[in-house]
Design a protein around this ligand. Structure first.
Ligand code: SF4
Length: 422
């Protein structure tokens, strides 16, 4: 029981780190606002508490924990607004009723002299003071009668545009109401399939192999190729970061894939649902047994490192918000074959071909999602704390480090990439 709770705690810890990091990055980007910056405009500021709403800012708290204001920066919304030769990232501080208390320039890639002129123009820098969020978001700089700073008009008007666009983008994100929870035909189909798969998992086929083959063909054809309802790292990480999609069938699928192995030890998803697992199982019977290859022990042991190494890559991409698609590390997107990328198609094809000679090759040696679902599985009396549990704890530590040091790591990566390109 303690081991089961430990494994659950590992998953919850990683999910919590992903979620809290995503909320923080939405507020700070990789250029965190400091309390000292806010204190210039709001001297009682003691703590910044990231806000999980679409405003993507932070509540400003005093030393007693009371909310005394709100703050945000215009980046990244302002990154595409070029003044004279670059963007400017601006800090805004509001009172609790969301009236502007002040504006400060944080960083800029614009001409230093122009930025200096704007900073030194007290009249311009006070343009927004006292205005409400809606007033600032509702008017273009021209409508609001904002005049540029003499000699730095492009830089100053870009700053005004960046402020307006930043508040507008938060408003439009908030206005985009999430689609309601609605049960659609595909949810009904998936739920019916899950009921059948669960029935077979606990009742068995009583020697009727054809029953399992029918289940496999439905899984591949309907769950996989028709609906593409597969669990994957991209889906699990995305839901941990942003909240679950309003798709009842898929949510139930993930819940059952975690809860049933955790409580009963039955690997429901891997053995009865996953289309890619079923495809490999069917292919393994396609060739005579004498064609099978037994991997040397060393090779097999080396290949078993693939899933944990893939986990590390997934965490690096997720925490550093690197421009890589997590769907490319697994074969599951290949089931949406019309739009799938070459990476996922290649992994799917290689895995399926390999399974002709090494049964369930991808499941045994390559699949991070299968490894995750297997990790949570209850194993009965012989269960013990082993290398897997230590590795999982190390992954939590890696996730915590990535979350903590992400601005420095991002900066290092950006510098290295530009050095390499030059
Ligand atoms: S190990 Fe991966 S590919 Fe294999 S059945 Fe499980 S989730 Fe599917």
């Amino acid at each position: 029981m303690i081991l089961s709770l430990y494994r659950l705690a590992i998953l919850v810890a990683i999910a919590w780190l992903l979620r809290s990091h995503a909320v923080r990055v939405r507020f700070e980007g990789f250029r965190p606002i400091t309390v000292e910056e806010v204190r210039v405009l709001l001297p009682a500021a003691a703590v910044l508490k990231p806000d999980a709403t679409e405003r993507d800012g932070a509540d400003v708290l005093d030393a007693a924990g009371a909310k005394i204001g709100y703050t945000l920066q215009t980046a990244p919304a302002s990154d595409s607004i070029i003044g004279y030769r670059g963007w400017t990232n601006t800090l805004l501080v509001f009172d609790p009723a969301l009236h502007v208390l002040g504006v400060r320039i944080r960083t800029s890639q614009d001409t230093e002299d122009h930025v200096g002129d704007v900073k030194g123009d007290r009249h311009f820098m006070r343009t927004w003071d006292g205005k409400s969020w809606d007033q600032v978001a509702g008017q273009t700089p021209a409508d609001a009668g904002i005049e540029g700073v003499s000699g730095a008009s492009m830089t100053s008007l870009a700053i005004a545009e960046g402020i307006m666009r930043r508040l507008q983008s938060a408003d439009s994100a908030a206005a985009r109401a999430p689609s309601p929870w609605r049960i659609q035909a595909r949810d009904v189909g998936l739920i019916a399939f899950l009921i059948a798969a669960t029935w077979l998992a606990f009742r068995g086929t009583h020697g009727r192999r054809w029953v399992r083959v029918v289940l496999q063909l439905i899984a591949i054809g309907y769950v996989g190729l028709w609906n593409a309802d597969l669990l994957a790292q991209s889906l699990i990480v995305g839901w941990a970061q942003n909240g679950v999609a309003h798709a009842p069938g898929l949510v139930l699928l993930l819940a059952m894939a975690l809860v049933i192995p955790w409580t009963t030890g039955t690997p429901l998803y891997c053995q009865y649902v996953c289309p890619h697992g079923h495809a490999q199982e069917l292919l393994a019977r396609a060739l005579p047994k004498r064609w099978r290859i037994a991997l040397p022990k060393d090779v097999a042991a080396g290949l078993r490192w693939l899933p944990p190494l893939t986990f590390v890559c997934v965490l690096v991409v997720a925490f550093l918000h690197l421009p890589a698609d997590l769907a490319d590390v697994e074969p599951f997107d290949a089931y949406v074959w019309k739009t799938a990328g070459w990476a996922t198609l290649t992994i799917a094809a290689v895995g399926l071909i390999a399974s002709l000679f090494v049964p369930m090759a991808y499941c045994h040696y390559g699949c991070p999602t299968g490894a995750l679902l297997n990790f949570i599985r209850r194993r009965g009396k012989g269960d013990h704390f082993g290398r897997r549990e230590i590795a999982a704890l190390l992954l939590v530590i890696v996730a915590a480090l990535l979350s903590w040091k992400s601005p420095e790591m991002r900066a290092w990566l950006e510098t290295s990439a530009s050095d390499w390109l030059l």
